[in-house]
Design a binder for this molecule. Structure first.
Ligand code: ARG
Length: 270
């Protein structure tokens, strides 16, 4: 059965996007983003998502917050509730009030995590069936998972992220439907690998080159999958999906792909 969520997203235009600091291994100030290509790629992604049947809401971008384009890290939506992020790096902390304001004014109730642990939102927390698969160590703290489980009354399964190149769980895990997910097991500790084996009936493990081109950082809208790139191998494994490749190489320079540029607004509402 296809995913019950993934039909409504929040995105933030790339007007102020840039590689202005280095907080993950992909970012280098010596490899700056091209502003007009970034804008064009972002616009194409919005069109591709809308064309696939998704609704896209827009949050205004803010000067001096170059990573705000990665709305996956705003927080986590769970039904009518919004759990705001608390960023690990001070470079991104300035984004927090803007996300809170948008969710408050758009009718969500804000749920704070107990003791305010570091938590980077949907970038580190993805629903699979009735659970949340969450990543910790590099950005979000383990404490955020226990706090999340308690606040939302949901089972949170924790994967320790062990490869700095895959610093958010959404670079390593992509739910496809109620049986399958794209997976990068080498980015998880052995406990995490067992957890995914136990709850995902048909995992599709990515090859190293697929993982490194952020194939797991894709967006699924029913039977459409919008990917930053796709190998022939993966395309044949995903033969029942309508695969639409949307190049976002300007954003890869900052360590983000298709999924990072979106925040699902219809999670946990079913
Ligand atoms: N430059 C951003 C950072 O390091 C990229 C965020 C990517 N987001 C994601 N959900 N994986 O925070």
């Amino acid at each position: 059965m296809s995913l019950a969520w993934g039909h409504r997203y929040l995105m933030c235009p790339a007007e102020h996007f840039g590689v202005l600091y280095e907080i993950n291994p992909w970012m280098s100030r010596e490899v700056p983003a091209d502003p007009s290509r970034s804008l064009a790629q972002w616009e194409t992604l919005v069109e591709t998502l809308r064309d696939a049947g998704a609704e896209v809401e827009i949050l205004g971008s803010v000067d001096d917050l170059p990573d705000m384009v990665f709305t996956a890290n705003a927080g986590l939506v769970w039904g009518e509730r919004f759990v705001p992020s608390r960023f690990t790096h001070p470079e991104r902390a300035g984004e927090e009030p803007h996300y809170r304001r948008w969710f408050r004014t758009n009718g969500w109730s804000i749920t704070e995590l107990h003791n305010r642990p570091h938590f980077e939102g949907a970038g580190d927390a993805l629903p699979f069936r009735d659970r949340i698969i969450a990543g910790y160590r590099i950005r979000s703290e383990f404490e955020a998972h226990t706090a999340l489980a308690k606040a939302l009354n949901v089972e949170v399964l924790s994967l320790e992220l062990v490869d700095p190149r895959f610093y958010h769980v959404d670079l390593t895990f992509c739910p496809l439907d109620d049986r399958r997910a794209l997976c990068v097991p080498s980015a998880w500790d052995s406990y995490g690998r067992d957890v995914v084996k136990a709850v995902v009936p048909e995992p599709i493990d990515l090859e190293p080159d697929e993982a490194l081109s952020f194939c797991a950082n894709s967006v699924v809208i029913g039977d459409v999958i919008v990917m930053p790139s796709c190998s022939d191998r993966l395309r044949s494994l995903l033969s029942d999906f309508d695969v639409r490749v949307c190049p976002v190489d300007e954003f890869l320079k900052a360590g983000g792909g298709v999924r990072c540029l979106t925040l699902a607004l219809d999670v946990g509402a079913h």
